[in-house]
Design a protein around this ligand. Structure first.
Ligand SMILES: Cc1cc2nc3c(=O)[nH]c(=O)nc-3n(C[C@H](O)[C@H](O)[C@H](O)COP(=O)(O)OP(=O)(O)OC[C@H]3O[C@@H](n4cnc5c(N)ncnc54)[C@H](O)[C@@H]3O)c2cc1C
Length: 388
């Protein structure tokens, strides 16, 4: 096991990654096909991950977490996605909610919810998207209206990771349609309270361990304390979170592509055609060389963005570059790996079919490839223009 960021990790960080790698090999890789066939989220495996401390990743040490830096998160995402990106994405989403609530000024968020999320007693999700609003986040219509004793929330969220199992949803809502993005606020929504209705999880082409689905809010009363970010601040909070997420999604693509290449090489070294191994045929060898080439470029983009985030420098362009490149190369390069194995590449036992579906998911989550173009396009002059 040799993730690309491993060499940059301290002994303590590497030990954490070793735990994740062992869990990935012994549990995730063993069961991912079965979860996919059953189209279900493996709650028991998420709880096992929690028992190993994997959901304590970013939560500060004073709150009972491990307080790891971003590079460790990226290394974890790469390592676990070699076996199952959908499971990894689901796990990281609960982890994100714990890390976010750990810095909440509200005692109940820090003292009750954070330990419950880190232990796997509760699961978390972050809800920006709606059936009618994805890329255009500022057009969300789920509303929050100030009432006696708090805020009344009404509307529907869609395409939310962990919607099938989550208890706590960091939920973005509109307080004033005429204010556009400035009207957006963010609340902690508790699925166990009245006014919350879970919708059935989506049937997808693959990646069901992600638990994507939606929920309805009808006359849901959120307390004033449950406002995590007020209008004006919430949009910025969302963009900051999404920016970091773009890099870990790209790291997940590194994991899937690295695993697919390794699988194709192992197969190609053994399988013979026309008197020699597949890898000895130049046409095939070059095709896998192209996969390795894109994989290395993606690794470099992810590592660069990760270092910027850890140094608290501006990583907006770097994150968009990593995510865009991941969205562009992962699917075709996975297909190249499968092609190099002939019909055998289609067999479920290799797990490459799940990577294909997840590569497509990665091209949407936390901003589509087209939105990365928009982001990069908007920053071109500043980053690369004559005065840069
Ligand atoms: C499995 C899965 C899990 C997800 N998990 C979450 C989650 O946990 N929380 C959450 O809030 N959301 C989540 N999402 C939603 C995700 O963020 C959205 O899918 C994404 O923002 C794109 O929105 P959309 O699918 O509505 O596409 P749309 O916004 O409807 O766009 C459709 C197409 O048009 C393109 N497009 C849109 N605008 C432009 C433009 N200006 N220029 C060029 N092209 C454009 C898009 O790139 C896309 O290809 C998840 C999605 C998936 C598939």
């Amino acid at each position: 096991m040799g993730g690309f960021l491993r060499s940059a990790l301290t002994v303590e960080e590497a030990a954490f990654l070793d735990r994740a790698a062992a869990f990935t090999a012994n549990t995730v890789a063993q069961h991912a096909n079965e979860w996919e066939r059953a189209r279900r989220q493996p709650v028991e495996a998420l709880r096992e991950a929690a028992s190993l401390g994997l959901l304590r990743l970013e939560t500060p040490k004073e709150q009972g977490g491990l307080g790891h830096r971003y590079l460790v998160k990226l290394a974890l995402c790469e390592e676990m996605s070699r076996a199952d990106m959908a499971f990894t994405f689901s796990m990281v989403n609960t982890q994100n909610v714990a890390a976010r609530l750990a810095v909440s000024p509200v005692a109940q968020h820090r003292e009750e919810h954070v330990p419950a999320l880190m232990s796997g007693a509760l699961f978390g999700a972050t809800a920006l998207s709606e059936p009618g609003a994805g890329s255009d986040f500022s057009s969300i219509r789920t509303s929050a209206q100030k009432v006696e004793g708090g805020w009344r929330l009404d509307g529907e969220k869609g395409w939310i990771t962990n919607a099938a199992i989550a208890d706590l949803f960091i939920t973005y809502v509109q307080t004033d349609v005429s204010a556009g993005w400035r009207g957006i606020a963010c609340f902690l929504v508790d699925a166990r309270k009245p006014g919350f209705t879970r919708c059935p999880a989506y049937d997808l082409m693959g990646g069901h361990a992600i638990g994507a689905g939606g929920f309805m809010l009808e006359n849901y009363l959120a307390s004033d304390e449950d406002m995590i970010a007020p209008p004006g601040e919430a949009f910025k909070l969302a963009m900051k979170g999404v920016n970091g997420a773009r890099v870990y999604v790209a790291a997940m693509c590194v994991g899937m592509l690295g695993h697919a290449l390794e699988t194709a090489l192992a197969y190609g070294a053994e399988r013979r055609a026309f008197g020699k191994s597949l890898l000895e045929h130049q046409g095939l060898n070059w095709s896998l060389g192209d996969v390795a080439n894109d994989l290395e470029a993606l690794r470099g983009l992810v590592a660069h963005a990760g270092h910027l985030i850890d140094r608290e420098e501006d990583a907006v362009m770097a994150a968009a570059h990593a995510k865009k490149f991941a969205g562009r190369v992962t699917l075709p390069r996975l297909a190249d790996c499968i092609q190099s194995m002939g019909a055998a590449g289609l067999r479920e036992e290799y797990g490459l079919h799940r990577h294909l579906a997840c590569a497509k998911i990665a091209a949407y989550t936390d901003g589509s490839t087209e939105m990365m173009n928009e982001r990069i396009g908007a920053g071109l002059l500043k980053a690369y223009g004559p005065a840069a």
